[in-house]
Design a protein around this ligand. Structure first.
Ligand code: KIV
Length: 279
């Protein structure tokens, strides 16, 4: 453990930029990978300095930043805005950006054009796409353009209208088998990691054993190479969302509410600003 000037504990003494290669090494060495979402400069800067390995500019921006009920409405332009903002705050973490719904499912040419645009305009390190066999041509085309890709299997929120529910995926043998096949296809294609969302822990463990690339779980139990959570959920910004897999590390909803109430009181009672806070 090393302590930097500001007193933040970094998980290792190595402050060099985290790369796709480093993630592979971490898997080989049995060092777990920490990943959180961020969508803006300030949050990205804090979590980068706190030692997070990977920052995901998730299309969950659609939910937590814009208040939409699904991830479907977020656009390429909006992901670029969030991605660029995050990149401005990050020195060490690897930054992965979600390709939004509709930007890669159509055909590989469109997928590459959108991927190149996101990479050029954000200078991020990697892109993430949901799906296996169905989007393999797009995955291959993006990789052929020299862009690292992270896969995403299990619960795929961009397909919510097909599933009709956010329940645990791949509980049945057939779906579990397809997930394993998809994970192997993504690895063969050249993906640098795969996110496994909301699947049984046993299956996630088997996929993790089978693959040489790292698996990052969310609601996929402990037998994976790393964990990812949505930052607003783990900081307790939203008390209405309590899935079993979520651990809250803070209760910012209550902290912010208390701070804002205090501020409102201070303003109304002329307690703010004081003489010392005036020019
Ligand atoms: O968009 C997102 O935040 C994600 C994570 C839930 C993995 O894809």
């Amino acid at each position: 453990m090393s302590e930097d000037k500001k007193g933040y504990l970094a998980p290792t003494g190595n402050r060099k930029k985290v790369t796709a290669l480093r993630l592979r090494e971490m898997k080989q060495q049995g060092e777990k990978i920490s990943m959180l979402t961020a969508y803006d400069y300030s949050m990205a800067s804090v979590i980068d300095q706190a030692g997070i390995d990977v920052i995901l500019v998730g299309d969950s921006a659609s939910n937590v930043m814009a208040g939409n009920s699904t991830t479907l409405p977020v656009t390429v332009d909006q992901m670029i805005y969030h991605g660029r903002s995050v990149m401005n705050g990050v020195k060490r973490a690897m930054v992965v950006i979600d390709m939004p719904f509709g930007s890669y499912q159509g055909n590989p040419y469109e997928a590459v054009a959108n991927a190149v645009r996101i990479m050029k305009e954000t200078q991020a390190d990697c892109l993430k796409l949901e799906g296996g066999k169905e989007v393999l041509e797009s995955v291959r085309a993006i990789l052929n353009a020299g862009i690292p890709v992270t896969g995403h299997l299990g619960l795929m929120p961009q397909s919510i209208n097909k599933y009709g529910t956010y329940a645990v995926r791949a509980k049945e043998e057939g779906e579990a088998g397809k997930l394993m096949e998809d994970a192997l296809l993504l690895q063969e294609a050249g993906c640098c990691a795969v996110v496994l969302e909301k699947i049984p822990a046993g299956l996630a463990g088997k996929v993790t054993e089978e693959l040489t690339i790292p698996t990052i779980g969310i609601g996929a139990g402990p037998h994976v190479d790393g964990q990812v959570l949505v930052i607003h959920d783990m900081l307790g910004m939203n008390n209405d969302f309590s899935p079993r897999f979520l651990r809250r590390y803070a209760n910012l909803f209550d902290d912010i509410t208390a701070a804002v109430r205090q501020y409102v009181n201070d303003v109304k009672s002329s307690g703010f600003p004081s003489e010392g806070e005036s020019y």
